[in-house]
Design a protein. Structure first.
Length: 184
């Protein structure tokens, strides 16, 4: 299995930044494929996730300021923290549990890809993620999902996707997303 890289994370973050910049003022309250979350709540979740992982990587407590940060600021801090010497070799405490830094990187990248899919679906924008990065995330999630107890899954049960479906759809469906239409 290939290993996620910080450059892949930075690329996914750049695409999500473009998606966020493309959100129209009247779309912030629109529903997303992430049940119960509108566009604003989903973007807030992305900022929170960035802040949590940055805190774990830097061993600095999360601050109220970090929670108020916009996506670009929190994403920049996250990438810098993952680029720090030894970050990928350390064991980190994240909401998923104690994991090596490289696993935390895979998890964060996968979450960003899937929530990027959520944002693209909710706002009618193309996601724009590299297929090879998404395929890598698909490969990485398969054994993790098999090992994860049902009660610990932070998402819905997988949805069957056609083998011919785009890689990002297959990843999103594997993590419990369902087909979604804008303005549903």
């Amino acid at each position: 299995m290939s290993t996620a890289t910080v450059d892949q994370l930075a690329g996914a973050i750049a695409h999500i930044g473009q998606l966020i910049a493309g959100i129209k003022p009247d779309q912030w309250g629109d529903p997303t494929p992430c049940a119960g979350w509108d566009v604003q709540a989903l973007v807030s979740h992305l900022v929170l996730g960035n802040a949590i992982d940055t805190s774990a990587l830097t061993a600095r407590p999360m601050t109220f300021r970090a929670l108020q940060a916009g996506f670009d600021e929190s994403a920049g801090e996250l990438v810098a923290a993952f680029r720090a010497p030894g970050a990928l070799d350390r064991t980190l405490e994240i909401p998923f549990g104690r994991v090596p830094g490289v696993v935390a990187l895979h998890l964060r990248l996968t979450e960003l890809l899937v929530h990027g899919w959520d944002l693209s679906q909710a706002t009618g924008q193309p996601a724009g993620f590299a297929d090879d990065v998404v395929e890598q995330a698909l490969t990485h999630t398969a054994p993790m999902l098999t090992a994860m107890p049902d009660g610990r899954r932070p998402f819905d049960a997988p949805v069957k996707a056609a083998a011919s479906a785009p890689a990002l759809d297959r990843l999103a469906f594997r993590l419990g997303r369902r087909p979604f239409s804008v303005g549903r």
